[in-house]
Design a protein around this ligand. Structure first.
Ligand code: FMN
Length: 297
């Protein structure tokens, strides 16, 4: 229903813009015709004209052109409005397409490698993900070598995609992100004028207090890191890449394998690569709709 309504709204909008544009174009056509007629009439009448007649003609022409130019700027404004509408619609459609296209791809093409530079670009863009107090509690280890992927596959309960994907991004939530990052964050806030130097230390205390309880610390770090993961999956699509998030792994073994400290949690691993060209995914499974999972109060 939502989709249908949006489609209808867009059509209505487009119709309105076109109508406005058409009306303005018609006005300018009329004004131009009138002006040309007036000029012709006055020029014909003015054979052997007196000074006054010449002035009258010149003023008439001036008036007409002023009128045309003011209409023209209206038309231009209308066109710009229309262009803006169309651009917005195109951008929205493009973004929706990217979001809707994302699937947890099971079949990667083991022959195609994603260059390190592309992975870094994706991760640097994903780092724009918001986080509580901008503490950015995420870290990653990209497992890319053949030999390491083979070992990781075992840790991931033999999920073949781990080895077939070009790389696996191990997402790590840093439980000490507040202590580790708070000063960098607050320094930049002072520098940018978000807060005054006097506000810095009291805010620092408040932030650290919010991370005091182990439970809240865990929740904050995992929440932000999971959002970072979602960004990676969406941005990967912009590069024509596919992903697969995974929670199926032995965390203790994984931590030993990659030397991840006790003050870190691994919420998921994201396999990344190109889809196998000869294999097809099953259709997307049922998704609950807003009427089932939400309410507006
Ligand atoms: C955090 C997380 C962990 C997941 N773990 C696994 C996994 O270990 N193995 C697997 O085959 N799929 C895993 N999935 C993929 C889900 O099954 C998949 O996203 C879901 O069925 C919806 O399919 P879609 O992503 O293609 O829309 C995981 C997804 C998420 C978000």
């Amino acid at each position: 229903m939502g989709e249908e309504k949006r489609e209808k709204d867009i059509k209505e909008e487009a119709k309105e813009i076109f109508k406005r544009f058409y009306e303005r174009t018609r006005d300018i056509q009329k004004a131009t015709t009138e002006a040309v007629k007036e000029i012709a009439d006055k020029t014909l009448k003015g054979v052997g004209p007196s000074k006054e007649t010449v002035r009258e003609i010149a003023e008439g022409i001036q008036r007409t052109f002023r009128d045309i130019s003011s209409k023209a700027s209206e038309v231009v404004a209308g066109v710009l409005e229309g262009v803006e509408e169309v651009t917005r619609k195109e951008r929205r459609d493009e973004c929706l397409k990217i979001i809707k296209e994302r699937r947890s791809v099971t079949f990667f093409d083991p022959r195609r490698e994603v260059p390190d530079e592309v992975i870094k670009e994706i991760l640097n863009t994903a780092a724009l993900t918001p986080s509580g107090y901008n503490l950015q509690p995420w870290e990653v280890i990209v497992v890319k070598s053949k030999e390491k992927k083979k070992k990781l596959r075992k840790i991931c309960y033999d999920q073949a995609k781990v080895e077939e994907a070009s790389a696996n991004i191990v997402l790590i939530a840093n439980l000490k992100a507040a202590e580790d990052h708070v000063d960098r964050v607050l320094d930049s806030w002072v520098e940018l004028g978000y807060i005054t130097p006097e506000e810095r230390d009291p805010l620092r205390d408040r932030i650290l207090k919010g991370w005091e309880s182990p439970e809240r610390r865990k929740r904050k770090a995992i929440r932000d890191t999971a959002m970072f993961g979602m960004s990676i999956m969406i941005i990967a699509r912009l590069y024509g890449l596919e992903t697969h998030p995974m929670e199926g792994f032995d965390e203790a073994k994984l931590k030993r394998f990659l030397k991840i400290g006790k003050d870190r949690i691994v919420p998921m691993i994201i396999a990344i690569g190109y889809k196998h060209p000869e294999k097809t995914l099953l259709p997307r499974a049922y998704r609950f709709t807003f009427d089932e999972f939400g309410r507006i109060v």
